[in-house]
Design a protein. Structure first.
Length: 215
């Protein structure tokens, strides 16, 4: 499964226009072969940052879309932001739900941690995902799904995307469980940089492909 992270910088004067175009321009994704889901919202601490997350079945179908259909959809929104950063990668681990659409259906807030590790720290980081973070997250009330993705072709950059029922559930986790889990997982020892996004989801931005009986 392919993961896509988009961070757009939107001037104050264009927030309404960006929101409207995000809600309307991308509805056609639902019928594109290989598309699974796209969600997003405004970053809680950076009001000019719009963050969008998307999932695709595989890189080939995503590449077909980018080559054949993307620009016709994106052109409707191109003048509403001043900067755009796009990263893609592959999902290497899921938690609770293998299909992100199931978690998205119940989510009110998403937290994304964009992690750059110190060189050669990936084996320890991945071991801690299974030994520390997975049981810790699963024990947290309100956590309804997580995907861990390796971004780009780099061995030391990852995105952890966690779906929460509400902002209150996420806040409770960060205040009560997260500090101890970070110490147990030796996060500071193998982390070069972390950018966190806390995103109350905009329902009108959500696009979900229909689930077939075979899925």
């Amino acid at each position: 499964m392919l993961f896509k992270l988009i961070v757009a910088t939107v001037p104050d004067d264009f927030r309404t226009q960006f929101t409207e175009s995000q809600a309307s321009a991308w509805k056609g994704l639902a019928s594109v072969p290989g598309f699974i889901a796209q969600i997003g919202g405004w970053e809680s601490d950076r009001p000019n940052s719009a963050v969008i997350v998307a999932y695709w079945k595989n890189e080939r179908l995503y590449s077909d879309f980018m080559r054949e259909q993307h620009d016709s959809l994106a052109d409707r929104q191109r003048d509403t932001y001043s900067a755009l950063r796009v990263d893609t990668g592959h999902v290497i681990m899921t938690m609770k739900e293998a299909d992100p659409r199931v978690a998205i259906a119940g989510a009110g807030t998403v937290r994304i941690a964009d992690l750059t590790l110190r060189p050669d720290s990936s084996p320890l980081f991945l071991a801690m995902q299974f030994d520390i973070w997975r049981p810790g997250l699963l024990s947290s009330g309100g956590m309804i799904g997580n995907t861990l993705s390796r971004l780009g072709r780099l061995p030391d950059r990852f995105a952890s995307t966690t779906f929460w029922r509400s902002s209150d559930a996420l806040r409770s986790f960060l205040e009560t469980l997260y500090p101890a889990l970070s110490v147990q997982a030796k996060l500071k020892e193998h982390l070069e940089e972390m950018i966190s996004y806390h995103i109350p989801l905009e329902p009108s931005w959500s696009v979900l492909a229909p689930r077939s009986d075979q899925e």
